[in-house]
Ligand binder design. Structure first.
Ligand code: ADP
Ligand code: ADP
Length: 233
């Protein structure tokens, strides 16, 4: 995955096209199968950067390449299949069961029932939620950590090559978070998923990262060079 001189300026009220750039001149390579952790102060454009990969946000300049292909030319539904997305507090559908939540993208892609059911069960096993205990529960019947596991399972439904994670364990208590990090690391290694992970937790960055990219403070405002990249581990 590659960001080539990517910029995003949100149109903000009367400031219009002159609104400050949320991301500017970002050039960054994410290597296949690595966990790249994106850190930087609040408001520096980390979430915007992730969201330009799956086209929740369209860049105003530059391009994002996924397996060599400009994502702006890829159909959004196809992107849902190829890119998993996990956010803090997950955004599970409250009136749908765990299984139905995990089946969100398969439904969108009109998989048949048998295939979906098998996959849902596999995924729940993968994230440590026994299907017979959890499949029929509703999100409010789960702990915070369990909800995050459902979010990860849902994001992995189509075995996407790329996973975007925005503060994925931020809402989980420290002990639960540690366990989730370890389990997620095992899953990521097993599947070989390429991961871009945003976190404020420096301990999490060091534990999870193959590499850390620092989005520099206000780079976009001062038109500084592209973000510093440091190698961890
Ligand atoms: P981070 O994830 O590093 O905290 P964000 O990508 O969320 O940063 O935000 C970067 C900048 O873009 C911030 O100044 C934020 O206020 C602004 N921003 C983010 N989303 C929007 C939006 N939908 N409309 C206008 N401005 C936005
Ligand atoms: P809807 O009424 O929205 O179609 P379904 O009950 O058919 O919801 O569930 C959506 C998907 O979730 C189904 O395709 C099914 O494969 C999967 N699913 C539902 N319940 C279970 C379960 N108990 N175990 C495994 N998968 C399930």
């Amino acid at each position: 995955m590659r960001f080539e001189r990517v910029a995003k300026r949100y149109a903000v009220g009367e400031q219009g096209p002159d609104a400050p750039a949320a991301v500017d001149e970002l050039t960054l390579d994410v290597r296949a199968h690595e966990v790249l952790v994106l850190v930087g102060p609040s408001g520096c454009g980390k979430s915007t950067t992730l969201r330009m990969v799956n086209r929740l946000v369209e860049p105003t300049a530059g391009r994002v390449l996924l397996e060599g292909e400009d994502v702006s030319t890829v159909d959004p539904v196809e992107l849902r299949r190829r890119i998993g997305y996990v956010i803090q507090n997950v955004g599970l559908f409250p009136h749908r069961t765990v299984a139905q939540n995990v089946a969100t993208v398969p439904r969108l892609l009109a998989w048949d029932k048998a295939r979906t059911r098998t996959r849902v069960n596999e995924l729940l096993e993968l994230v440590g939620l026994a299907p017979d205990r959890y499949a029929k529960r509703y999100p409010h019947e789960l702990s915070g950590g369990e909800r995050q596991r459902v979010g990860v399972a849902r994001a992995l439904a189509t075995d996407p090559p790329v996973l975007l994670m925005d503060e994925p364990f931020g809402a989980v208590d420290p002990v639960g978070r540690r366990r989730l990090q370890d389990e997620f690391q095992r899953i990521q290694r097993e599947l070989g998923t390429t991961v871009m992970l945003v976190t404020h937790d420096i301990d999490e960055a060091v534990r999870m990262a193959d590499r850390v990219a620092v989005l520099s403070t206000g780079a976009h405002l001062e038109q500084l060079a592209p973000p510093l990249e440091i190698v961890a581990n």
